[in-house]
Write a protein that binds this ligand. Structure first.
Ligand code: GKR
Ligand code: MG
Length: 439
């Protein structure tokens, strides 16, 4: 048997990387941590080989991640994009392994290494796909489905569309663009938001970002959604761990038989395990079991039934496939977490969602809330709430360089360097302070 040597693969050496921080228009969405700023930050990474094959990826934006990627530049340049294990090992030995204990109050966040590796991995898989003339889904083991379903992701919000419009509105907007800028501060407005979003995108399940209003209001919003959509549309609620155990049990009892799952009602694996044992509703998390090192205690305690994967937070697409395997082994189901994002991340999520042997729950996505795009051809279309696996090699999407430049200019102009929802909330309510447990 003839072995293929790396040198036989054209372009298998990274010559250049381009790191572009961007800011995308984002509406004033509310959550347990405060309020979204008028722009959400992302970083677009482009990795280019000697033969001028370009691979791209998108990760959450943050000045520290940006600096760390710059620091990683010399480690990445000169590498073979197929040697991801070696690249990862070198990044780990440069940055040191990360542990949840070092990340304090928000162990799911502030992770340099997983973000960097996710950015590098997705861009390198894009290159690998282009070299082999195969879509990324094939590099992850092959396609189990042609399209991937997503859930409508509802938010309580103030009026406004974000960006240059600030918290103002565009009087000429129609359809979803109009609904996207409408305020939603009670059950009735949340139902109207859900109807507009489901009509536009065809979503067949619904998640409400909770933790913004007093818990009983959020319970009532879920009951109103059930009333409006009937029992065929699965519902989820995510208070981002801001409830006390008693509140979670009191509210959860009212939602037994109504929710498909309750996401992060309380903080930490031990509290989640107690609520999980008490309530007759599956619990899901993207806050208490958020890295491979959290898995042993998750299994020992029984802290959740569903893990929300996220390739940006779990160190890439291949790690996420590994997570899916662990979930299958230990009887966990898989769903997918999201943050404000554009089409490069959406395409990556779709390749992953299509490759998973066990179908995940319809994935979370913030995509309907964003109006910008950074890929050629503009915004990706949803059909009946699903996105088709992009055709073409690699990710199947290409950078629109003019759009990238415009969004980079937004970044320079908006002055934001990292996400801080508490500060944004204080611009509206000066006394408001984040509390890890509020109700
Ligand atoms: O965008 O406000 C938001 C969400 O609250 C986001 O930051 C969360 O990470 O969507 C996420 C979640 O499911 O917890
Ligand atoms: Mg969540």
């Amino acid at each position: 048997m003839t072995k293929i040597k790396n040198t036989q693969l054209k372009g298998a050496e990274i010559a250049e990387i381009n790191i572009t921080p961007i800011a995308t228009v984002d509406p004033p969405l509310l959550n347990a941590a405060g309020l979204h700023a008028p722009y959400a930050l992302r970083i677009v990474l482009e990795v280019v080989t000697k033969d001028n094959i370009s691979g791209i990826s998108e990760i959450p934006g943050n000045i520290q991640t940006n600096e760390a990627l710059e620091e990683a530049r010399n480690i990445i340049i000169g590498q073979d994009p197929f040697q991801l294990n070696q690249i990862k090992q070198q990044l780990e030995s440069h940055f040191g392994k990360e542990s949840a204990d070092e990340r304090g109050e928000a162990p799911w966040d502030q992770r340099k290494l997983v973000h960097i590796f996710s950015a590098v991995e997705v861009a390198c898989l894009d290159i690998q796909g282009k070299i082999c003339d195969r879509p990324i889904v094939d590099l992850l083991g092959g396609k189990m489905r042609d399209s991937v379903p997503f859930a409508a992701y509802l938010f309580y919000k103030y009026e406004g569309a974000g960006g240059e419009l600030g918290f103002g509105t565009d009087p000429d907007a129609t359809g979803w663009a109009k609904a996207r800028q409408a305020s939603a501060l009670n059950a009735e407005e949340i139902v109207a938001q859900a109807q507009a979003m489901c009509k536009e995108f065809g979503f067949k399940s619904i998640k409400l970002k909770g933790g913004a209003l007093e818990p009983q209001h959020e319970v009532e919003a879920m009951l109103a959604l059930r009333e409006a959509f009937g029992s065929d549309v699965p519902l989820r609620l995510d208070p981002n761990a801001i409830w006390k155990k008693e509140t979670a049990i009191h509210c959860g009892r009212q939602l037994e038989g109504v929710l498909e799952y309750l996401e992060d009602p309380v903080r930490g694996q031990a509290a989640m395990a107690e609520v999980c044992k008490t309530l007759n509703i599956p619990l899901a998390t993207n806050m208490c079991t958020t890295s491979f090192e959290d898995i042993p205690s998750s299994i020992a305690l029984g802290s959740e039934d569903i893990i929300l994967s996220d390739h940006h937070f779990w160190g890439g697409l291949r790690s996420s496939v590994e997570l899916a395997r662990i979930c299958d082994t230990f009887g966990r189901r898989l769903s997918m977490h999201s943050n404000s994002h554009l089409g490069i991340s959406l395409a990556a999520m779709v390749h992953l969602g299509a490759a998973l042997p066990t179908p995940p729950y319809p994935l979370d996505t913030h995509y309907p809330w964003q109006s910008d795009e950074v890929i050629v051809g503009g915004r990706i279309k949803f059909e009946e709430g699903s996105v088709k696996v992009p055709e073409g090699p690699g990710l199947g999407v290409e950078l629109d360089r003019d759009a990238l430049e415009k969004l980079h200019q937004n970044f320079l102009k908006c002055g934001l360097t990292h996400r801080n929802d508490e500060i944004e909330m204080q611009k509206v309510q000066p006394d408001w302070q984040f509390r890890a447990t509020r109700w």
